[in-house]
Design a protein around this ligand. Structure first.
Ligand code: NAP
Length: 249
């Protein structure tokens, strides 16, 4: 029996990168999954792998733009009906549109805030009733170390992640009385599509600051999510777990 056997989780941004690694880690521990990305066909590979890892559990796939509150309500309704409840929600979907402040367009600002912060709000609000009904409700929001430190060229992204941290701490206080924990994971520099296209000079600079001497892997974040999602995380709430190899130490 896995540490998440019998639990039901929804993970956004599960088509690739960190979200996919979290989905696979949860599946390995016997969790029943509902996965979200912008289109269901983008989730086919993750879902097949999760089904294999879980020993054959069904995996549901939903195409959803987390920026759309109505669509979030509808998907959460379908998920809770189909799965018979919801115990764990991971708000992982996120985007970057980096630029220096003076060149940051309204579109770049809005796209990042709408996806990273409003998207997490849309999903969390829709799922809050189901989480409160669960005996072990867990909200896990994926922010970033730049939501704590700030970063030149990422004012929009840092604002969205700093907002997500404050949002999560507030939700933690609101839902604690119903036994729901709400925490943030703040990754440092993780090797995914999001960071693949960065200038080699930026990458070298980041690597030089990482005390453990390597970029993070999506699995490093998945391990932290697994810790918070299971019984191991039962007495942890309103916290920010930094997983950055010592980048911000
Ligand atoms: P990624 O490889 O670019 O994957 C992003 C995921 O988010 C994809 O599954 C994508 O779905 C989904 N997504 C984007 N916009 C969406 C929308 N409007 N509605 C629904 N889904 C949407 O990114 P990643 O590196 O794994 O990052 C995952 C999370 O970790 C993000 O919140 C990111 O900010 C955070 N993070 C990453 C790093 C890093 O170094 N990589 C560091 C700190 C924090 P599609 O496939 O359908 O596009």
């Amino acid at each position: 029996m896995g540490s998440l056997t019998g639990r039901k989780a929804l993970i956004t941004g599960a088509s690739r990168g960190i979200g996919r690694a979290i989905a696979e880690a949860f599946a390995r521990e016997g969790c029943r999954l509902a996965l979200v990305a912008t289109a269901p066909e983008r989730l086919v590979q993750t879902a097949a792998r999760c089904q294999e890892l879980s020993g054959g559990l069904d995996v549901d796939m939903f195409g959803l733009d987390v920026r759309d509150p109505k669509a979030c309500d509808e998907v959460i309704k379908k998920v809770t009906e189909k799965l018979g409840g919801l115990d764990i929600v991971v708000n992982n979907a996120g985007v970057t549109r980096d630029n220096l402040l003076m060149r940051l367009s309204d579109d770049d600002y809005n796209a990042v805030l709408d996806t990273n912060l409003r998207g997490a709000f849309n999903i969390t609000r829709a799922a809050s009733r189901a989480l409160m009904k669960s005996k072990a409700g867990r909200l896990i929001n994926i922010a970033s170390v730049v939501g704590i430190t700030g970063n030149a060229g990422q004012a929009n992204y840092a604002a969205s992640k700093g907002g997500l941290i404050a949002f999560t701490k507030s939700v933690a206080k609101e839902l604690a009385g119903r036994g729901v924990t709400a925490n943030v994971i703040a990754p440092g520099f993780i090797e995914t599509d999001m960071t693949a296209g960065l200038d080699p000079k930026v990458k070298d600079g980041a690597l030089a600051g990482i005390r453990l001497g390597r970029f993070g892997k999506p699995e490093d974040i998945a391990n932290a999510a697994l810790f918070l999602a299971g019984d191991s995380g039962a007495y942890i709430t309103a916290q920010v777990l930094v997983v950055d190899g010592g980048l911000t130490a």
